[in-house]
Design a protein around this ligand. Structure first.
Ligand code: ADP
Ligand code: MG
Length: 366
């Protein structure tokens, strides 16, 4: 028994300023959806409208098919977890978890049962008698999630819940929230500016930019088939490299691109009606799809500016002859040094191509 959410042309205005511009979105029952995008793109605003913490200026919000626009937050069956834990400092962990239920009039036995169950799921059952100041950041965030669980909501909303934690703990909590979703099976929406969190946790990613939806899809669909330059640059780490070029040739199965330095790169994609010889395009190359020290017809010569060795992986930062920056993912033990001139191998099947408008050429299935 899980819950669906539907947004029809949802708009948010603050005074005369529109910050969310008519968003259409369907979230299926039990889905883990991530809203991702740069700071200020409208993620929190959208989430708060769904929660009922912010009035909806236009359009419609449906939960399980029912209009929610006028329904108060407390009646939507939603629990929200924020970046700031906002625990009561003078109360024990137990009391922090129980307090909301007690004020809502739940019987003591029911409160006890729900608190114990949530504490067990979150593995905080051994410090129920501690106060928040005697907990680590990760433990506090767990208590905050526990407060949402005890309410047994239909929908969980998370707004950057891990941003205050250090890198190691973030990775650990990421796994735990994903596990929580597996165990509970509730519909969940998770907001983050971190595309790695989005990629690793989501069933469905919604990429937002300036109050618009850029693309909706499964993580690997967005990775392999970004619809435009924004999504291509946002999803994937390090970011996709972009090189300016012009269309030099067209066939059924690909486009030949002339780059500034005279090299030609073939891209396997479907040329559409707007693709014409001479048209300016952008070639998109992921760092992990490039081969360092691979001479060949469509190799791009690059001068190594910096070598970043992480042990298992190496990142090379190069400049092309035209001065464009390129990042290449290389094996950990690659023999290369700053100042070296090396050919970078480009694969037609792994390259991306974009119209001058920023829209992607359709790629063939991987
Ligand atoms: P995000 O969570 O993606 O960082 P927000 O949803 O917080 O972004 O904000 C989206 C836009 O709405 C931003 O431009 C922000 O300045 C604006 N905004 C947010 N809250 C208010 C407010 N109360 N009054 C006016 N503008 C706001
Ligand atoms: Mg926000």
């Amino acid at each position: 028994m899980s819950t669906s959410i539907k947004l029809n042309k949802v708009v948010k205005r603050y005074g005369a300023i529109e910050v969310v511009h008519g968003i259409d979105l369907t979230i299926d029952p039990g889905e883990f959806t991530v809203f991702v995008g740069p700071s200020g793109c409208g993620k929190s605003t959208l989430l708060r409208m769904i929660a009922g913490l912010e009035p909806i200026s236009g359009g419609e919000l449906l939960i399980d098919g029912e209009r929610m626009n006028e329904v108060p937050a407390s009646k939507r069956g939603i629990a929200m977890v924020f970046q700031s834990y906002a625990l009561y400092p003078h109360m024990t962990v137990y009391k922090n978890l129980a307090f909301g239920l007690e004020t809502a009039g739940y019987k003591r036995a029911e409160v006890e049962e729900r608190v114990q169950k949530a504490a067990k799921i979150l593995k905080i059952d051994t410090y129920l008698q501690r106060r928040p100041k005697a907990l680590s950041g990760g433990q506090r965030q767990r208590v905050a999630i526990g407060r949402a669980i005890v309410r047994e909501p239909k929908i969980f909303l998370f707004d950057e819940p891990l941003s205050n934690l250090d890198a190691e703990l973030r990775v650990q909590m990421r796994v735990e929230i994903a596990k929580l979703h597996q165990d509970l099976g509730n519909t969940m929406i998770y907001v983050t500016h971190d595309q790695v969190e989005a990629m690793t946790m989501a069933d469905k990613i919604v990429v937002l930019n300036k109050g618009h939806v850029e693309q909706v899809g499964r993580p690997l669909d967005l990775y392999h088939h970004p619809r435009n330059l924004f999504v291509a640059g946002f999803i994937g780490s390090p970011s996709m490299n972009f090189l300016p070029g012009k269309i030099a040739g067209l066939s059924e199965t690909g486009v030949e691109v002339a780059l500034g330095g005279g090299q030609k790169a073939l891209v396997r994609c479907k040329p559409d009606a707007r693709a014409a010889k001479g048209a300016p395009v952008t070639l998109g190359l992921r760092p992990e799809d490039l081969k360092p020290n691979a001479p060949g017809d469509s190799a791009i010569p690059g001068k190594v500016r910096m070598v970043e060795r992480l042990g298992g992986d190496t990142y090379l930062y190069l400049n092309t002859q035209e001065g464009a920056d390129i990042t290449v993912h290389a094996p950990g033990d690659i023999v290369v040094a700053a100042g070296d001139q090396i050919p970078i191998g480009v694969s037609a099947a792994k390259s991306h191509l974009f119209h001058e408008s920023g829209e992607a050429f359709a790629r063939f299935p991987a």
